[in-house]
Write a protein that binds this ligand. Sequence first.
Ligand SMILES: Nc1ncnc2c1ncn2[C@@H]1O[C@H](COP(=O)(O)OP(=O)(O)OP(=O)(O)O)[C@@H](O)[C@H]1O
Ligand SMILES: [Mg+2]
Length: 295
Amino acid sequence: MKDQAEKLRNIMENRVQKNIKLSRNKAKVLAITSGKGGVGKSNFAVNLAISLKRLGYRVLILDADIGLANIEILTGINIKYTIMDLIKKDMDIHDIIGEGPEGVKIISGGSGIHQLSMMDKKNTNRLLGEIEKLEFEMDYIIIDTGAGVSNIVLDFVMASDETILITTPDPTSLMDAYTMIKALTTNGYKGKINIVANIVENRQEGVSIFNKLNKVSKKFLDVNLNYLGYLKRDAIVNKAVKIQQPFLILNSSSNISKKMNVIALKFVNPNEYDKKTEEPGFVQKLKDLLFRRGR
Ligand SMILES: Nc1ncnc2c1ncn2[C@@H]1O[C@H](COP(=O)(O)OP(=O)(O)OP(=O)(O)O)[C@@H](O)[C@H]1O
Ligand SMILES: [Mg+2]
């Protein structure tokens, strides 16, 4: 017998498919970012892309962490041309798109740290202009940014429609996440800021991280954050990195893969998902009633 989560997933997927048919319009540009480095952005970007692709969307990952070629390493593919070729050789964006796993398209930032100096404001703007050409060819353009509040990272995040800010429970990661939110809001960012708590021990830890961040952001920056969910600490992530295969492909029925799918569904259809999952089930409602009557 199918459990409730499975049924919900099927309903959502049918709706998603219908939505795609109805609205093949402009791509949503989504920046994956963090205050502190090494919190799981690139792994999240790759697996979110695969999850969205499996839902039927056209997805492209742009590795904007220039100089490190993270996405190529995590997916085990080699892309001939990179963003640096586009800038230096004046190439068209279509010529540098590589084929990633399961039909996800990838644009590589290229490797070699010296290339960092190439990404000044002018070149970032040129790249953003090229990305515009893809807006009617994709449903989601996922930008994996570098960490921290540098100019290049901020330019990419500021230009995005929505942000997913990844943080871990580590206090320095939380502090740096807040610094990023502050930089975005003081620069006038209008997109939704979603929070994903990564490498947590349990659901409560994820919720508590979000509540802390949301409370200070509301109080000092007058901004409301959106909680997208959490991913637990899971050894499969490192295993997947080592064999250069995204964890959703390595084991699509692992706990972390299921949670990733829930995050993807919640991202594409926030209102619907929140309504359905936040409604208490029969047992919970009964418990609440009994509790209220003081039994
Ligand atoms: N949920 C998780 N459970 C266990 N380990 C994780 C999890 N998420 C990420 N990691 C580990 O954290 C490390 C960093 O991951 P990743 O490269 O995706 O981070 P990043 O934020 O992109 O880093 P950078 O800022 O350097 O680009 C990896 O070694 C990965 O295995
Ligand atoms: Mg990375």
